[in-house]
Ligand binder design. Structure first.
Ligand code: HEM
Length: 468
């Protein structure tokens, strides 16, 4: 018998390999990849990412991969995928965010990995429910101080009003009292640079800085500001000798690595503390003021706890907050409706979901924003219904099932209890001191971003009059 020629063997071998790869690929989720190498569907995706993923879910089903800017992002939208996202040991938080942290705050990847867990434990402890009472006094004082600047009456864009209140309140509370600039020019600069940094944070996490000149300028401005101020921030002592959140962060960074990384961690903490909580305060006030029945019920609650609303410098305690449950429900319902577009993990070992194999290296993506709009989990999902929070066991610090705005698992947002406290206090004090009404309808949200809480599109003016 004639021997099979080597050429035939090679051809058969290639065919077998091809079929094997095909089979493997068949077991991967549908992939939307576009035609341009590396960029993939980056342009279409970047224009309106939230809408893109919802359309993809309708077309391709509960799991699909989007290839954009060199990344394979596999989105999960139903139980099985969500369970893997929440529980699997084959996916990793730190490896997913180290790139983002490197690009946006120039923190070297090895430094991030070495410090992350230690820093997380510290942040979680300092802002945890047991220690929250330490913030109520200062938050009340800071809010009163900033509210004085509003004057007796006026009309302004609500988003601007909230930023002018909460930027200094948050920074003075978590960083250092009086760290926030007080002169008008410097305040304006802080706002301009923070907004530029925040608006393009997502692009900054993926594109080279040379393509984002404004963003890069704002990043440098903050890094220089921190570099200049860190000695003063460290030297500042509180009456009880406790450290602020930023001081404790710098302490960990400088003990474990070098001083060089301190400004970078300062910038990261600044962004984390302002970028979600401030728009949530805006949306909460906008929802409350555009629902007259809820606004009325909240005012009745405020009067029953503090007496007739007026311009007094009331103190707000944790007991008072417990009595004003409707306000907490309104904040949570706002966060449900305006939840971050995505949270992300890296697949470190191939993982099976719905009979598909997700290869290692993929980013596994879950959208709290769309999850919260699934009627299976939240009936009448588009409606602002604070009373749905009646069912949550808030006393035991648990949210509603499938509420994922603060992420999930081991590295859930460590600032969540602080954020809830700050927004509740902000709403209480504004409504106690001012008679407020909206001059514009509730705005649409901008469709540009996927990371973090969505911003409003266009303005929404508020008219306010100090009570007597
Ligand atoms: C309503 C406001 C807020 C929302 C919706 C929010 C949401 C989130 C989400 C979704 C994550 C990622 C978690 C994950 O992937 O599982 C996160 C992480 C984080 N958040 Fe928040 N956050 C808020 C307010 C705050 C505040 C006020 C702080 C204060 C410093 C803060 C500090 C952080 C930090 C430091 C991380 C990173 C944690 C880590 O590296 O492990 N957040 N947040």
């Amino acid at each position: 018998m004639e021997l099979i020629s080597p050429t035939v063997i090679i051809i058969l071998g290639c065919l077998a390999l091809f079929l094997l790869l095909q089979r493997k690929n068949l077991r991967r989720p549908p992939c939307i990849r576009g035609r341009i190498p590396w960029i993939g569907v980056g342009f279409e995706f970047g224009k309106a990412p939230l809408e893109f993923i919802e359309k993809a879910r309708i077309k391709y089903g509960p799991i699909f991969t989007v290839f954009a800017m060199g990344n394979r992002m596999t989105f999960v939208t139903e139980e099985e995928g969500i369970n893997v996202f929440l529980k699997s040991k084959k996916i990793d938080f730190e490896l997913a965010v180290q790139n983002i942290v490197y690009h946006t705050a120039s923190i070297p990847k090895n430094v991030f990995l070495a410090l992350h867990e230690k820093l997380y434990i510290m942040l979680k402890g300092k802002m945890g429910t047991v220690n929250l009472h330490q913030f109520t006094g200062q938050l009340t004082e800071e809010l009163h101080e900033q509210l004085e600047n509003l004057g007796t009456h006026g009309t302004m864009d609500l988003n601007n009003l909230v930023r002018h209140l909460l930027y200094p309140v948050t920074v003075n509370t978590l960083f250092n009292k009086s760290w926030f600039p007080t002169n008008k020019k410097k305040i304006k600069e802080f706002h301009q640079y923070f907004r530029a940094y925040d608006e393009d944070f997502e692009y900054g996490s993926q594109l080279p800085e040379c393509l984002l000149r404004n963003w890069s300028k704002s990043k440098k401005w903050f890094l220089e500001l921190f570099e200049k101020n860190i000695p003063d921030i460290k030297a500042c002592k509180s009456a009880d000798n406790s450290m602020t959140l930023l001081q404790a962060t710098l302490d960990v960074v400088e003990t474990e690595t070098s001083k060089e990384n301190s400004p970078n961690y300062g910038l990261l903490l600044l962004w984390a503390s302002l970028s979600n909580a401030v728009p949530i305060a805006f949306w909460t006030l906008a929802y409350v003021l555009s629902h007259p029945d809820i606004h009325k019920a909240i005012m009745e609650g405020i009067s029953s706890v503090f007496g007739k609303a007026g311009k007094d410098k009331i103190k707000v305690s944790e007991d008072d907050l417990e009595k004003l449950l409707l306000i907490k429900w309104c904040v949570l319902e706002t966060i449900r409706l305006k939840a971050p577009g995505v949270i992300t993990r890296k697949v470190v070992k191939p993982v099976e979901i719905l009979n598909y194999i997700i290869p290692s290296g993929d980013l596994l993506m879950l959208s709290p924003f769309w999850l919260h709009r699934n009627p299976k989990y939240f009936p009448e999902p588009e409606l602002f219904k604070p009373e749905r929070w009646k069912k949550a066991n808030l006393e035991k610090h648990s949210f509603l099932d499938c509420f994922m705005a603060f992420g999930s698992g081991k590295f859930q947002c460590p600032g969540r209890w602080f954020a809830l406290l700050e927004v509740q206090m902000c709403v209480i004090l504004i409504l106690y001191k001012y008679d407020c009404s909206l001059l514009d309808p509730l705005p649409k949200q901008s469709s540009l971003h996927l990371v973090g809480v969505p911003q409003p599109e266009g303005q929404c003016r508020i008219e306010y009059k100090q009570r007597i």
